[in-house]
Design a protein around this ligand. Structure first.
Ligand SMILES: *[C@@H]1O[C@H](CO)[C@@H](O)[C@H](O)[C@H]1NC(C)=O
Length: 375
């Protein structure tokens, strides 16, 4: 045990020196260790791009019940609507009334003031748009848009710190949603991953009695949420462990949780298509270094203590090179299709894949555009 610790300490010391000099040198020296995914098609660079002028990070995408949109939340806190005929964006909604300072496309230090809308979903019966705002909790806005109102702000007496995504069961008046951590905010997402934080939750909001129930706790960065087509189970992405978990809601397994899929990278949102299959967007594939940092808390924590800025840390975590990976899973969790932009020519750090009418609409948490890929 002691010799193992000494070895880790010595390795860390060497790695620290190299990293402090130039962290990306490690990647140059050893390669990024990101293995190609077998059967993957390197085609996503052909996606048509729709710029989001003056904005960044269209994370989640949603079409209204009439097929209008998509609507998307961007980093300055606005929710925008795309007009497919006029081919332009209009302001649709906001989650915060305190928007005087919210004028820069990317200002993480202001996210708690301006709001940061992540997951978006329309209630197809009412036309209301539900919003999982990373800082302001679960909100809702009517079909005319404007200032959204609060649905869930706190759970078990504590304000939500990092609300992330949701899905809606309209027949049961229930919303399933995640908070990624009770400790870290969205702007600290790398700290959450590298610290091995396990305070993420899957929650249920009942619209009729306004009650919130914790369905799962102890999750390592709870992220995307999707109900199965028959609503017999709900999926939740556990980003840090690169897994999709399945919680059975009905049937003989009701109440049980199992692993639905193990993925070659860090899953963000999950969206079901009309056939009942699921598209999962990977923020990045998991390379050798990411595996090491994430599976070894000591290494991950030490990395956070080094004088690295956001870009350097992020670059190490994602294997040094921007890329995009979208994975289609069957209703049973088998990988059916992998689409990539391996070189990150156009698509990078994708956050959601929404299939509609033979096209994939692709959001990204860091890019100033979304992509449309023709299937
Ligand atoms: C929601 O609350 C109502 C009223 O208390 C209850 O009848 C219903 O069973 C609840 N639904 C779920 C899915 O928990």
């Amino acid at each position: 045990m002691n010799s193992k610790l000494t070895l880790i300490a010595a390795t860390l010391a060497v790695v620290s020196v190299v990293l402090a000099l130039n962290p990306l040198y490690l990647l140059k020296l050893f390669g990024n260790g990101v293995a190609p995914i077998s059967g993957s098609h390197d085609l996503l660079h052909t996606a048509q791009l729709i710029q989001v002028p003056g904005a960044l990070g269209p994370e989640s995408l949603a079409f209204d019940p009439n097929g209008g949109g998509p609507y998307t939340g961007v980093a300055d806190g606005r929710i925008l609507k795309w007009d497919q005929n006029d081919r332009r964006w209009t302001d649709f909604a906001v989650t915060s009334s305190q928007r005087k300072e919210c004028i820069r496309p990317f200002a993480p230090e202001l996210e708690h003031v301006c709001g940061r809308p992540l997951g978006l979903k329309f209630d197809t019966e009412t036309g209301d748009l539900y919003i999982a705002d990373a800082y302001l909790g679960l909100q809702v806005v009517g079909p005319a848009g404007g200032l959204a109102s609060q649905v869930v702000r706190e759970v078990e007496g504590q304000p939500l710190r990092f609300t992330n995504d949701m899905d809606i069961d309209e027949h049961k008046d229930v919303i399933y949603f995640t908070d990624s951590s009770t400790v870290f905010h969205r702007r600290q997402f790398m700290s959450s991953i590298l610290n091995g934080d396990r305070t993420g939750r899957l929650l249920k909001y009942n619209k009729s009695n306004k009650e919130v129930t914790v369905l799962l706790r102890g999750l390592a960065f709870a992220n995307g949420v999707a109900l199965s087509k028959d609503h017999s189970f709900v999926l939740v992405a556990e980003t840090t462990t690169c897994r999709i978990l399945r919680l059975w809601l009905h049937g003989p397994n009701a109440g049980n949780t199992d692993t639905f899929a193990e993925l070659p990278g860090f899953p963000d949102n999950i969206r079901r298509n009309s056939k009942g299959e699921f598209w999962v967007a990977l923020h990045a594939k998991r390379g050798f270094f990411a595996k090491w940092f994430v599976s070894n808390r000591l290494v991950g924590k030490s990395l956070l203590k080094l004088p690295l800025d956001f870009k350097q840390l992020h670059s190490l975590l994602v294997g040094g090179k921007a890329h995009a990976t979208a994975i289609k899973l069957s209703e049973r969790g088998e990988i059916l299709e992998v689409l990539e932009d391996c070189e990150g020519k156009n698509m990078r750090f994708i956050s959601e894949v929404e299939e509609k009418d033979g096209k994939l609409w692709i959001g990204s948490v860091l890019m100033p555009f979304l992509g449309i890929y023709e299937l």
